[in-house]
Structures are given as C-alpha cells and as structure tokens.
Design a protein around this ligand. Sequence first.
Ligand code: OOG
Ligand code: NI
Length: 267
Amino acid sequence: MHTDINALFADLWLDYIKMTPSAAKVHALLGHGKPIINDHIALRTFNIDKVNLDVLAKHFTSLGYVACGDYKFEQKKLIAKHFEHPDSTQPKVFISELLVEEFSPALQETIQDLIAQVNVIATTADNFIYSGRHWSLDAQTYEDLLAESEYAAWVAAFGYRANHFTVSINHLDGFATLEAVNDKLKQAGFVLNGSGGEIKGSPEVLLEQSSTMADKMAVEFNDATVEIPSCFYEFALRYPMTNGELYTGFVAASADKIFESTNVNKA
Ligand code: OOG
Ligand code: NI
C-alpha cells in the first residue's frame, strides 16, 4: 500500500489520463493552465472476497480515509460507499461493487474465472488500484457480460483503475454554474451524459453533477482488439448545508445515472 496520499493520486492520475486522452483537453479548457481541485475519484469492483470493496478501500483507509456513506443501486445490482479524508482538500473516494450472485449462473461463472486469475498478493501491492486487468479475456466474453451488465463488462475489460476523476466546480475560477461548465464543454465538442438530464441533482439535494461520455479506446482481448468506452470526466458543484459547510455526500439517484457514462450505446 502507498504511504503517501499525494503519490497515490499522482499515480492514479497518470493511469487515468492514459485511458482518457480527453482529460487533458478538459483541463486546458476549464483550468486555463491553473491547477484543478478534484472533488472525488471512483473505483469499481466485484463483491468477491479477494477483490471486494473492502480490499480496495484498505488502500485509502490505511492513509486515514474514513467510510462516510452507503448507497444501494437495486436495478444495477450494486452497492457503494464513499470515503473522506480528515484533510478536506484531499479528494473523496467513491467505491462500488457488483453483487455478482444476483446475476445469471453464466455471468457468475465468468467473473469467478476472472478473479481466480488474480494473485492475492497483488491486491495489497502499492499499485493495485491502478494496476488494470489481472486476467485474460475474449472479446466474446466481454460482449456476453455487456448483455447482462455494462458495469460487469467494464470491470472485466479495464480492471482496477480510476474510472473517473471529478472537477470541483466550487474551486474553479470563471464558472458560476454547472450549466456554464456544460456549455463550455459542449461548445468544445464534448459529448455529455444525458441520462436523467445533463445536470443530475439540484441545489435542494445539495449536489449537482454532470459528466462526459467515456472516451473510446482500443482494448486488446485474447482474440481481437475492440474500441470500447474507457473512462470519463465528471463535474460536481456542492451546496452548503444549514451549518454553512459544503455537503460532502453523494446522491444515489444521481450516481445511478453517472454510472451510465461508460455505457456503450448512449449519448
Ligand atoms: C460511479 C458512479 C457514481 C457519483 O459521483 O455519483 C459517481 C461509477 O461510475 O463508477 O461517481
Ligand atoms: Ni463520481
């Protein structure tokens, strides 16, 4: 496990921008060359003991992160938790896991086969949460997973890495609203995730979010190389609670739609 939070996020970021070439363009467009503060990152996994949410979370709790919220996504058959660091300038971490036993026997068998290929020692190594795929995979198996769960197919194809980084609009100069950010992105040709509307959430729930649709990248499977959605960029604007402090949680109804930023056929 890493012993330095900044080094960990630097490594996560380097992997992320390899998967998400448009991230650099988004930075240039919104940051005007200034540093950008990340609201949070997100990671995905399966609820199999060797690699479950807790295994990923240890890489953060060992650095002082604390579990703060639980979320359930009935339709997508997922659960998630978010983690915060006592130093509120550190990004929050949103980790989800797929409830594998709720899917078909075929999907369960496929996922068990993939996870059987993971060396348990690798799961506590410094680099585990940006180490990518630990198994071999056929293009047809990817397609079969996709038919049942976009999430399962994404984790199978990409493994362990930040699925998105999130720009904190509260810390960004020059944009008063999320709408203004979205307009700027669309003018520059980015495609936003329109599922449930471009802006998910509202001032009433203390959080507004939007995201790009994931970049497409050529992924090598055993038998073929296929262009599939990789990672995306999210934008979050938080509102103050009655005590004056910014809300730090997530909103399940919004998160449900953000997951769809890696879907194959939606724009
Ligand atoms: C996580 C989706 C939820 C948020 O900010 O609500 C999320 C994912 O796509 O893995 O990131
Ligand atoms: Ni997010």
